[in-house]
Design a protein around this ligand. Sequence first.
Ligand code: 13P
Length: 335
Amino acid sequence: MSELNNIALNILKNGKGILAADESTATMSKRLDSVNVASTPENRLLFRETLFSSSSMTECIGGVILYDETIKQETSKKSKIPELISKMGSLPGIKVDTGAKILAGSPEEKITEGLDGLRERLKEYYKLGAKFTKWRGVYNISKNYPSKLSIHSNAHALARYSALVQECNMVPIVEPEVLMDGDHSAEECYEKTSEVIKKCFEELILHKVNLKGILLKPNMILAGINYKEKISNEEVAKLTLDCLKNSVPEEVPGIAFLSGGQSEIEATENLNLINKYNNTNFIMSYSYGRALQQSALKFWSKDLKNIEGTQKVFNHRAKMNSLAAQGKWSKDLEI
Ligand code: 13P
């Protein structure tokens, strides 16, 4: 079991974080459409291979979350994607949920599916080289939501998933994402996030999950995107730290935030402040999708053959987030 703790710590050590490149084909197609690139298996592979062979993989990216299609693809040099990631000094991981579906009994909410046949799929991913996994539960905030039903059923699924993943000797990333859509205040986000996370740990403990061998991937505490005023980054950092300190058991080795729709700079700045004020024993790092890839994707879309230029853009973003994970980032480094 200490082996799982070592994997978790290795992923986030020395300012390293996670590259979430596990967009489903449907989501990746939307991202590619937005920059007018055709969503073919070849293009999806080319963009991802470009990121995975960047120099920042060695220093700044401790783990990469892959999608089923990518973990089985071969690079242009005919090696498997997990081999490329390991060769670069990072660890391959895999998204194993099969997506959020309408929750029976509360049709405006979602329940994440994928438990059927999961043990068999995990064995296959382990053989392909995966060292960790991801499962995302998703919750929206409004007057009556998230409901007790959604909080309970998603926590139950996250716990059953985590127990199966540890049985297969991999580290489960537990991702309960409280969305930033809506007009709620940061205080409401704090309250709901706290309730959601506490329930997850109650279920994880019930399912005998070793908390030293997981990573938590939460949202930061933000006001809804349609909230009447903007709150400061300092406030975001302090509320986030306070919320996690009060809801996450001390055994958990690390926390890696999702970016959730924040801009690249916002996600970096908030992470930096979280680390500046960090009064917990948790490593606080990143597991960003959009906030690590957006600029690189935009740059690449202008000339799909410009691998070096794309890697430069990606390396910069990865470096900025790695500094933020150590509380060493400042705005003047962005120019
Ligand atoms: P974002 O950082 O774009 O929110 O993606 C992280 C992720 O993996 C969501 O499941």
